[in-house]
Design a protein around this ligand. Structure first.
Ligand SMILES: Nc1ncnc2c1ncn2[C@@H]1O[C@H](COP(=O)(O)OP(=O)(O)O)[C@@H](O)[C@H]1O
Ligand SMILES: [Mg+2]
Length: 230
């Protein structure tokens, strides 16, 4: 089974005259670790939003783990994402008033499936946080009071909770120093390998590509050249 099968996709943001993405075909096999790169503004985050069912294409088909997202209602798409995809958003999307720990526990609130995969959710959350070098004194702090680099690691721990089959990471190391970047990538690769998860990793730092099975530039698959136009 494929993790992602994208067919004849055409996507345009509202109030833009030209499409952002025209992608005839893009396939990621289950268990593959893919490094996706491209210049800023080229549509990488937009593609991830489509693959995660956060945005819907005007035409074309997005299948995730064999499920055609067009066949799901908005609510079912959200549930599907919560069950199967750990998403590290470029802007993290942490709930600012919740503690770091409670943010990491969120997938267990939204997904019974992911909760089932974890024996002791609290233990798993603190294991991931500690592994990402977030010390215990930070676990109870509201996310809003953490540094950007700390928030990024909380977002990463949250994505890994409950061992989702797919991990989507949008520039997940942009706010980390070299040492923490390495720790983070090692954890991501180990955790995904342990359960055969598919990893789609976006970055403009091409030095990181060496860690992955396959490396693609967005413009190899997208027929809209350069930037999405206004
Ligand atoms: N929420 C949005 N609403 C309207 N346009 C958007 C939105 N998000 C992104 N875009 C447009 O899509 C283009 C691609 O953005 P994005 O996918 O964030 O690129 P990248 O992640 O490669 O930097 C941007 O130029 C922007 O104009
Ligand atoms: Mg982006």
């Amino acid at each position: 089974m494929n993790a992602f099968t994208l067919t004849d996709l055409n996507f345009r943001w509202p109030r833009q005259l030209t499409p952002c993405l025209i992608i005839p075909s893009f396939i990621v096999a289950a268990g593959e670790r893919v490094f996706l790169h491209g210049p800023s503004g080229s549509g990488k985050s937009t593609l991830l939003a489509l693959l995660g069912g956060i945005a819907q294409p005007q035409t074309g088909k997005v299948e995730v783990l064999g499920q055609d997202l067009n066949d799901l209602s908005g609510h079912s798409r959200d549930r599907f994402r919560a069950d199967h995809i750990g998403f590290i958003f470029q802007q993290f999307n942490l709930l600012p008033w919740l503690s770091a720990l409670d943010n990491v526990l969120l997938p267990c609130v939204f997904s019974m499936r992911r909760k089932r995969y974890i024996g002791n959710a609290h233990k798993e959350a603190t294991r991931l946080l500690a592994h990402l070098d977030l010390t215990a004194d930070l676990w109870r702090k509201p996310a809003a009071e953490l540094s950007v680099g700390q928030q990024q690691r909380v977002a990463a721990a949250r994505a890994l909770m409950g061992k989702p089959e797919i991990i989507i990471a949008d520039e997940p190391t942009s706010a980390l120093d070299a040492k923490r970047q390495q720790i983070f990538i090692d954890l991501l690769l180990t955790e995904s390998a342990a359960v055969g998860a598919t990893l789609l990793f976006v970055s403009h730092d091409e030095r990181l590509a060496a860690h992955f099975d396959r490396r693609i530039a967005l413009d190899e698959i997208n027929q809209v050249s350069s930037e999405c136009n206004e």
